[in-house]
Design a protein around this ligand. Structure first.
Ligand code: ADP
Ligand code: MG
Length: 702
């Protein structure tokens, strides 16, 4: 990122408005008006060949006529004039082009849009847009957009792929009391995209939290990379997660890999906090932009009402910060600041009789106590208390404690409470109208700290592999005109990357089958090998626990008959004889080649867990051992691997190691593999390893 150029684009010291207009209602007019009304102090240069003056400002007939430097040009001219304007700007030495005009890739004009970028970049300029609202910055008094006014001032900044939503959010900031410093509309992301804006906002001193409204990343891996390096919280609201080509997927993994799951995985790896919806984006942005991360697990709730206390307790458990009872010394001290019928356990109930003093005393003590990692204060408006005075007291108590721990407040009440909450927010304390919202905001601060603590688990894992060998196997299948590998071939590729697969041998005749079975050693498993039969059991193509030669002969015949009955013209390569793996916990590993993030891994428990409960989790490859261990821990069925009801724990180390190898494989062969799975993989007791008993690889169409 060229900082000078990006600064010129997003915080320009002077702007030209190309397509400025004297006609009210036109975008070229609104932008000039907005720059004046926002009290922008930089140079404002309207450009229009037909006007000499617009809104009291000198209008230039071309960019070249403008005296002095121009940092950014805001383009509002019709699409057909955009390219010409960019060239003029390039000659003038402009740094950034903000293209409000639409009519490019969003209506299929992809080539034209590409040309804009190539031209701008050839002059060293960057483009924001096209098809955007513009850029707004409170700290620069800069409304370089056609949104009506600057947002309520705040310390977060928002990047939005939707222009209309950005305008809506802009206006809504005043009603919701959640402000922003900068609003950046990125529209078609022809050049500057999420990755660039994250990188830039990370170094912007005025931005304390980066909020994203995402329809789809363009460079998914780049976003992960820059987010991992960011020094401030990033929160993302991703839309369009309901259907994602799942129907067209060829493999099991493909059908389970919806956009929601994959974006969730990418967010985890990137350290981006998830927003459930627009309300949640506002609420969590407020907390993340005003409060420090919650660096431990101990949350203390102080309340004047049992009801809100219980609601908050429920929410805390749901959002992953379950309450614990406060230690003895904390309870003893807090007991001094409440009536006898209060409770100091957690939630700390200072009762409906509580006035300012009890609130202040308990907050001051609690937030300074080493056991406490974060405090949520709940208040129900009563006749014996003064909401604003309590707010001011809480703030003073926190300041006095001078600790780097988060505090969040919730008021349930009327107008007085509303005013008190407004005061709190203006003074840096997030306040919400419902206890569960307050808890969810605190959970965002906890999630942020957790993600930062876990960043080191992204360390890359290196595996020595024989890539050429794998490519040969794939090439020979392609020579056969196939776009999938047989189980035998897929296992050979897996083995190249160090995945523990069963021993296999291909038999073409009954005699061969018997011989190979004897070599491998009974009991064996026999399965059909045919590129036309992907799901072998469905075709009666799998026989397990074959104990002797007679059974092997019989199985050979039956499997062939079944296969022919299933699909008369199936191309049959033969029958695979494999060692019969002892029974273990069934899991599934798989991969997809996601259009946004590329090769992505899936892990889940096998059998009904994956079929019915879809209890799976994803990571964008590569996957480190640490991340793989986290994957094992985050599915609902995790206790099954950890060992439940006296069962020994499973070999999670080995399973995680296999995940890292699998991830290396799909990354290494990303030009070849479209989807794949190992289903099932059998996992044994700790120290006893795992075994891949079935393998499937679908190739990319070439
Ligand atoms: P498909 O998924 O194509 O129907 P699989 O190869 O997964 O075929 O076989 C079906 C089932 O048979 C597996 O889920 C597993 O329970 C069992 N199985 C297959 N191969 C082996 C093996 N080598 N050892 C033990 N069990 C096996
Ligand atoms: Mg299978």
């Amino acid at each position: 990122m060229n900082l000078k150029v990006m600064n010129g684009l997003l915080t320009p010291k002077s702007v030209a408005i190309i397509g400025a207009s004297s006609t009210e209602g036109k975008i070229g007019h609104t932008v000039v008006k907005n720059l004046i009304e926002s009290k922008y102090e930089g140079g404002v240069y309207p450009v229009n060949p037909k006007a000499d003056e617009i809104l009291g400002l000198t209008c230039y007939h071309s960019v070249s006529e403008i005296p002095g430097e121009v940092d950014a040009a805001i383009l509002t001219v019709p699409a057909k004039f955009v390219l010409g304007s960019i060239k003029e700007c390039g000659e003038k030495g402009v740094k950034g082009i903000i293209i409000i005009t639409s009519g490019f890739s969003e209506v299929g004009e992809k080539e034209l849009e590409k040309e804009l970028v190539e031209t701008a970049n050839s002059y060293g300029m960057r483009i924001l847009g096209p098809n955007i609202v513009g850029v707004l910055s409170n700290s620069d008094n800069f409304n370089g957009s056609f949104a009506p006014f600057l947002p309520l001032n705040g310390s977060g900044s928002l990047v939005s792929q939707s222009g209309a939503l950005l305008i809506g959010i802009d206006a809504a900031t005043y009603l919701r009391g959640v402000g922003f410093d900068k609003l950046i509309s990125i529209g078609n992301m022809s050049d500057v995209s999420f990755a660039d804006t994250i990188e830039w906002l990370d170094q912007d001193e005025k931005t304390k939290c980066i909020s994203l409204y995402i329809e789809g990343f363009k460079q998914g891996r780049k976003v992960i990379e820059v987010s991992q390096k960011a020094h401030k919280p990033i929160i993302g609201l991703k839309s369009g997660i309901s259907a994602h080509g799942a129907a067209a997927a060829a493999s099991h993994t493909g059908s389970l890999a919806g956009a929601a799951k994959i974006y969730e995985a990418a967010f985890k790896q990137a350290g981006i906090i998830w927003a459930d919806d627009l309300n949640n984006l506002f609420d969590r942005t407020l907390a993340l932009s005003l409060q420090p991360p919650m660096k431990g697990e101990n949350l203390l709730i102080i309340t004047n009402g049992g009801g809100v206390g219980v609601l908050a307790t429920d929410a805390a458990e749901r959002d992953g910060i379950p309450l614990k009872f406060a230690p003895e010394d904390v309870q003893v001290e807090l007991k001094k600041h409440m009536p006898a019928f209060g409770s100091a356990k957690n939630p700390v109930d200072i009762t409906g009789m509580a006035g300012t003093e009890w609130y202040v005393d308990s907050v001051r003590y609690a937030i300074a106590h080493p056991w406490v990692d974060g405090v949520v204060v709940l208040y129900c408006e009563t006749a014996v208390s003064n909401p604003l005075e309590i707010a001011q007291g809480i703030k003073a108590a926190v300041d006095e404690a001078g600790v780097d721990k988060p505090i969040i407040v919730s008021y349930v009440g009327g107008e007085k409470s509303e005013n008190a909450m407004k005061w709190l927010v203006e003074n840096g304390v997030p306040a919400y109208g419902a206890p569960d919202t307050a808890i969810n905001a605190m959970a965002a601060l906890r999630d942020y700290a957790r993600m930062r603590e876990l960043m080191d688990v992204n360390d890359e894992t290196h595996h020595e592999v024989d890539r050429e060998k794998a490519l040969k196997i794939i090439a020979s299948a392609r020579e056969d005109g196939r776009d999938s590998l047989t189980e035998i071939e897929a296992k050979q590729v897996f083995a190249t990357y160090g995945l523990p697969v069963t021993k296999n041998a291909l038999a073409k005749t009954e005699e061969e089958a018997v011989k190979l079975a004897e070599e491998i050693g009974f009991p064996v498993v026999m399965k059909i090998v045919s590129p036309d039969i992907l799901h072998k059991s469905d075709a009666g193509g799998v026989k397990v626990n074959i104990k002797n030669s007679d059974e092997a002969r019989a199985a050979f015949k039956t499997i062939l008959e079944n296969a022919k009955a299933y699909k008369a013209d199936a191309d049959i390569h033969g029958i695979v004889i494999q060692e019969m793996a002892p029974w273990g916990t069934e899991v599934i590993l798989g991969s997809v080649n996601d259009p946004t993030f590329g090769p992505t891994m899936m892990f889940g428990l096998g059998g009904i867990f994956v079929e019915v409960l879809k209890d799976v989790t994803f990571r964008v490859a590569p996957v480190s051992q640490g991340q793989a261990m986290r994957m094992l821990g985050e599915i609902r069925g995790a206790p099954i691997l950890a060992g439940v009801r006296g069962e020994a724990p499973r070999d999670r180390e080995m399973l995680a190691d296999t995940i890292t190898r699998y991830a290396t494989m799909i990354l290494d062969l990303s030009d070849e593999i479209s989807e794949s799975d190992a289903n099932p993989v059998l996992v044994y007791e700790e120290g006893k390893g795992i075994k891949v008993v079935d393998a499937r690889i679908i190739l990319k169409k070439k």
